[in-house]
Design a protein around this ligand. Structure first.
Ligand SMILES: N[C@@H](CCC(=O)N[C@@H](CS)C(=O)NCC(=O)O)C(=O)O
Length: 215
């Protein structure tokens, strides 16, 4: 049975955002059963966990002998056997992988810059100075995503792929960041389209339910 690590507790603002959700979503798209293994506070710093995840983060994916960290790598691994995530056609598959990397490498870091300022350092003097520039840069990246999407339903056209799973997950971080310019209506509709998928709804329900059960 596949297992993924998650946290048993996070602050309310982070519920529905922790990165195990991305893997749960991919597992649901692939139709694979799994069990979550919620970590208690401090478990992520234990040497046994650090051998699985060097940075002490969630999620860790385990299936038999295979142990993987990095949600993007896990989604790509699951895509190997799931055409919904990674199409069979070689070029379409490469483009889906490209959007996975774009979401995690070209968009998420700029949203996370703003998230760190807003959620953790808002009162610091340096954060107040950095904030406008960080928001401006993030908004430039969001505008570029909107332009690339154009009037297509998904980043590569008509088909949802792993690229959309990760991009919409990354864009959802904006839900935690009011007063930072938000998403334009086109990207709001895109995120809505992706998260209306039954697989996302099941993943989110399980993710949220695990916090309730652990409380
Ligand atoms: N790049 C990693 C990031 C994982 C990550 O940031 N996980 C957060 C929860 S969403 C975490 O474990 N934070 C605790 C920490 O960094 O110590 C991935 O995508 O798997």
């Amino acid at each position: 049975m596949i297992s993924i690590s998650s946290f048993s507790w996070v602050p309310d603002f982070a519920k529905g955002q922790v990165r195990d959700l991305r893997v749960r979503w991919a597992l649901e798209e692939a139709g694979l059963p799994y069990q979550a293994r919620p970590l208690e506070q401090g478990d992520q710093d234990q040497p046994e966990y650090r051998t699985l995840q060097p940075f002490g983060q969630v999620p860790v994916f385990q299936e038999d002998e295979l142990v993987l960290f990095e949600s993007g790598a896990i989604v790509l691994h699951l895509g190997e056997d799931c055409e919904t995530l990674l199409p069979k056609d070689k070029s379409a598959r490469a483009r889906a992988q490209q959007w996975v990397v774009a979401a995690l490498n070209s968009v998420e870091p700029f949203i996370m810059n703003v998230a760190l300022i807003e959620l953790f350092y808002a009162d610091e003097e340096w954060a107040k100075l950095r904030r406008p520039g960080a928001i401006e840069f993030m908004q430039k990246r969001l505008a570029a995503v909107a332009k690339a999407l154009g009037d297509q339903p998904y980043l590569d056209g008509d088909q949802f792929t792993a690229g959309d799973l990760l991009m919409s997950s990354v864009l959802r971080i904006l839900e935690m960041l009011p007063n930072t310019g938000g998403l334009d209506p086109q990207l709001i509709a895109y995120v809505e389209r992706c998260t209306q998928r039954p697989a996302f709804k099941r993943a989110l329900a399980a993710h949220l339910n695990d916090f309730k059960e652990a409380a």
